[in-house]
Unconditional design. Structure first.
Ligand code: NDP
Length: 266
């Protein structure tokens, strides 16, 4: 019987995950089904349990259920533990296991696809939501010089700093911050087409600006960065493909090639 996979979210119609996973499955000559499941907001747990009871082999989870997926799981792998959120679920020894591949997806995109070595770099993260929790541990694991966090609601940035400080050098952004080598937009401002003001942020000619959001055109954040003279602008397409490859590896024990999808957006 064909192995069954799915991505849970609400809304979920826009998801690229089914096509990405089908592309990966073709690479290894496997036929899988991978569907989108739009779960009612108050019925996520039942939906997930039914999916696995009916033969589901693995599931991805996206907005707004990453926290609920973490809480639902009976066992949480390291990355999920660190982030308190899960984007990947599977069954092992009859137990629901949670993992989180967002952080490693970003790190792979930065380091392998874009040749950016995180070690000893000065990095700024804008935002303090779920995505920031997903990427912070993975970035600290690569030994940056310093990770600074800046968010519209300061208390949420303080929470992130407190929660991750045991993992490496992390602090709140302040006026004394040195020039950043990498500025990551992990706010959802691009979703609402809002411009983030970069004027006061310290950066240099080689600074990379990375928007976790992806789109066919430059996101407002990257547009702004270009206008400020920053040349290296990246969006989150590579991260999306790499986090999917990591989930695929967890489920199928084979890491698929990502280059084709990185270079051929759809
Ligand atoms: P959350 O809703 O959890 O957090 C949103 C964050 O954005 C908060 O820090 C919020 O600040 C801030 N924010 C929202 N609007 C503005 C604005 N107009 N100006 C300044 N700050 C703003 O979202 P997520 O963390 O889940 O997602 C963030 C982004 O990351 C999204 O664009 C999402 O698409 C992207 N993403 C991409 C992935 C990929 O694979 N490429 C994976 C995961 C996420 P405040 O606290 O003040 O409300």
């Amino acid at each position: 019987m064909m192995e069954k996979y799915a991505v849970f979210g609400n809304p979920i119609n826009h998801s690229k995950s089914p096509s990405i996973h089908q592309h990966f499955a073709e690479q290894i000559g496997k036929k899988i089904s991978y569907e989108t499941i739009c779960s009612p907001l108050d019925d996520f747990a039942t939906n997930v349990h039914n999916f696995f009871k009916n033969g589901g082999c693995g599931a991805n989870v996206t907005v707004p259920f990453k926290l609920a997926a973490f809480e639902l799981a009976e066992f949480k792998n390291n990355a999920a533990q660190m982030t308190k959120a899960a984007n990947t679920l599977f069954i092992q020894n009859d137990k629901l296991i949670a993992d989180n591949t967002d952080g490693i997806g970003l790190v792979k995109d930065l380091t392998i696809n874009n040749g950016f070595n995180i070690k000893d770099k000065n990095i700024l993260i804008l935002g303090a939501g779920g995505a920031v929790r997903g990427i912070t541990a993975a970035l600290l694991n690569e030994s940056p010089k310093l990770l600074s966090i800046k968010n519209r609601t300061k208390i949420k940035a303080e929470d992130i700093v407190n929660d991750f400080t045991k993992l490496g050098p992390i602090k709140l952004y302040d006026d004394n911050s040195q020039e950043f080598d990498l500025i990551i937009n992990a706010t959802s401002s691009s979703l609402s087409n809002d411009k983030l003001d970069l004027h006061d942020l310290p950066y240099h000619q080689q600074t990379i600006c990375y928007d976790l959001f992806y789109s066919d055109e430059l996101t407002p954040f990257l547009q702004n960065a270009k206008e400020q003279g920053i040349n290296q602008c990246l969006d989150g397409w590579g991260m999306l493909v790499e986090q999917a490859a990591e989930s695929f590896n967890i489920w199928h024990q084979i890491r698929p090639q990502t280059t084709y999808l990185i270079n051929n957006r759809f």
